[in-house]
Design a protein around this ligand. Sequence first.
Ligand code: GLP
Length: 261
Amino acid sequence: MEVVIVDTPESGGSLVAEAIVRLVARRPDATVGFATGSSPEPVYAALARRCIEEGVDLSRLRGFLLDEYVGLAPGDPRSYQAEIQRKVFERLGLPSDNLRAPDASAADLEAACASYEAAIAAAGGIDLQLLGVGSDGHIGFNEPTSSLGSRTRIKSLRQQTREDNARFFDDNVDVVPRHVLTQGIGTIRDARHLILVAWGSNKAEAVASCVEGPVTSMVPASALHLHPHATVVIDDAAARSLTLSDYFRRTWAAKPDWQYL
Ligand code: GLP
C-alpha cells in the first residue's frame, strides 16, 4: 500500500486526476469505478479542469458505479447514478451511456447484482477504482463485518451510515434508504488499481485503521492491504492519527517522477 499525504484536498484531487488522465492516455476506453460522496469531489473538479481547459479527451472512458441506494425512483437526483452523471459525465461531456450501474429498481435484485458482476467482467474488469471511506471504515456500502471476499449484493445500512448520509436527504435520516446494492469487497479487490481518498480530521481514525490497523472485516477499508496496487491519498488532517506519517511523507518526496502512483 502506498500512502500519499498532500497539503490540501485540491492537490490530492489533481494528483488522482493525473492518474486517470495517464491511464486513459494508455488505454482510451479504460474502465474506471466511480465513488460518490464528498471525498472524490476534488478529483472530479480537477478532471473537469483537465478536460475543459486542456482539452483532455475522456469520451471513450467506461464508468462503473461503486454502489446504489435501493428504493429511490429511477432518475431520483439523490441516486448515486444521478450524482455521478451530474458530477462526472455531464460535467466532463462524456456520453451518459458509458456509465453502468447496478439496477437497484429491478424486481429481482439478486439477478441485478449478478448481471452487474457479469457486466464488469465483460468489460474486462475495472482498471482503476476510486474509493472514499466512511467514518466507520466502510468502502462502497460494505459495512463492518462484510466478507472480504464478497461480491455485488444487497446490504442493509448501519444507522451511523444513514445519519452520515442524511445531509443528502434534507437532514432527514428517516428518508435515507435502509438498503443498497454495493460492489463487494472481493469485487473491489479485483480492480487493477485502487485509489482511496480521504480529507479532514473526521476521517483520521478510519484512515489510521485502514492503513496501520490489522486487516479485519470490522474495517472494510483494511482490505486494501490484500491488494497488490492500492494507493491512499489523504490530507494532513486525515493523516493526523498515523504513527508512520513521517515515513510516508519522506517516501513520497523521494519517489522518482516516472513511477507516479
Ligand atoms: C457513502 C458511500 C461511500 C463513501 C462514503 C463516505 O457511504 N457509499 O462510497 O465513501 O459515503 O462519503 P464522504 O466522502 O461524503 O464522506
